[in-house]
Design a protein around this ligand. Structure first.
Ligand code: SAM
Length: 366
């Protein structure tokens, strides 16, 4: 820590001397460690604590305990069987990021950012937050440097097997992961359905469609359509399509998208699938889809598209997550076009539903 402070003071001294623009006495050097840049870097280096704190709040269902109204940390600790003073410090820390808010009486309130942590909120992200703090993610993140050094996947270095094999072998993790993906998907599916006009299509296959949240949203909005959910056996078993308004319009099939997908639909969906895989595996998945599609069929590849520039973007965060747990990657629009071309598709247009979900539409190349 002392080294960081020393360097910061040095940078400040060097730059004022190098520019040589001060005719009179030099402005005083700011006290070591008080500069904005130093503060920001120190805060960034401890960013994992926000993740850990959020995970703790989700684990202890703090948002549920606040659903009926504000409570002090001691009241919450009593309800959730936690240590009051420690819980107070955790919530005070999270409140600095707008997750919960402390009032003048020391009571904590739900905020807009805390609402999705409720298990009963319409688009609850509680499971998503919970799972991202589980050892599968957390221990992999701690080994990110090794992945960067060797070009491998941190998860496989730590756990010795591919991520999806590990998840499938652990019933509780599998339930939580699939539920977390469904929650994430739920939050984005409506945006996709609003951004894309499905009226010209009659049948859809959602390839690697998880529990079917996107397909359910598509079929709900398009009463003329039928749809098939396609995913691994253990995932399809927990599908969410059996609702009265979709009666007679859906089917669910288990299988391996590297081998075959259900044929003959006029629309194929691949949402948040390709980012989990390296290029050659993506081309194989895309070719399997192409083989199943009629000549007039269309494919929608739905993912974050990494933009140029230095701004924060969900695609860039997701890309590092992929490097951490899966052998996949986030991609730019041009990189998706390259994959699609290699698999025999031509891109027809790109629509932005949200930063997590752009829709790349493609047809079978003539
Ligand atoms: C990141 S999830 C995305 C799920 C869903 N499309 C969504 O947007 O929520 C990737 C999905 O691919 C499925 N998957 C992985 N390998 C598969 C395979 N070989 N065949 C079929 N589905 C597979 C997983 O089970 C998982 O549901």
């Amino acid at each position: 820590m002392a080294g960081v402070r020393h360097e910061a003071a040095e940078v400040s001294k060097t730059s004022s001397t190098a520019h040589g623009t001060h005719p009179g006495p030099q402005p005083p050097t700011p006290p070591a460690g008080s500069g904005h840049v130093t503060d920001e870097l120190l805060e960034l280096s401890l960013g994992y604590l926000y993740s850990a704190a959020l995970h703790s709040a989700a684990r202890f269902n703090i948002a549920d305990h606040l659903a009926a109204g504000p409570r002090t940390a001691d009241e919450l600790a009593g309800a959730a069987r936690l240590n009051g003073p420690h819980l107070y410090r955790l919530l005070r820390f999270l409140a600095t990021k707008g997750v919960f808010r402390e009032d003048d009486e020391g009571r904590f309130h739900l905020t807009a950012l805390a609402q999705p942590l409720r298990t009963d909120s319409e688009q609850s992200l509680r499971d998503y937050v919970m799972v991202r703090g589980e050892p599968a993610f957390w221990q992999s993140a701690a080994q990110l440097h090794e992945a960067v050094r060797t070009g491998t996947t941190a998860f496989e270095n730590v756990f010795g097997v591919p991520f999806y094999d590990h998840v499938a072998a652990d019933a509780e993790l599998s339930r939580a992961f699939n539920s977390s993906m469904a929650a994430f998907s739920e939050a984005l599916s409506n945006g996709v359905v609003e951004a894309f006009d499905f009226s010209a299509f009659h049948s859809a296959v959602d390839v690697g469609g998880g529990r079917g949240g996107l397909l359910r949203a598509v079929l709900r909005q398009n009463a003329h359509m039928t749809g098939t959910l396609f995913d691994l056996e253990s995932v399809v078993a927990g599908h969410v399509l059996d609702v009265p308004e979709l009666a007679g319009r859906w089917s669910a099939e288990a299988g391996d998208f590297f081998v075959r997908v259900p044929p003959g639909a006029d629309l194929y969906l691949l949402k948040h699938v390709l980012a989990s895989w390296p290029d050659e595996a993506c081309v194989r998945i895309l070719r399997t889809c192409r083989a199943a599609m009629p000549a007039h069929g269309r494919l929608l590849v739905i993912n974050a598209l990494i933009p140029a520039g230095n701004e924060p973007h969900a695609g860039k965060t997701g890309d590092v997550l992929m490097m951490t747990v899966l052998n996949g990657r986030g991609r730019t629009r041009a990189e998706y076009e390259t994959l699609l071309t290699a698999a025999g598709f031509a891109v027809t247009r790109v629509l932005d539903a949200s930063s997590h979900a752009s829709v790349v539409e493609a047809v079978v190349a003539g």
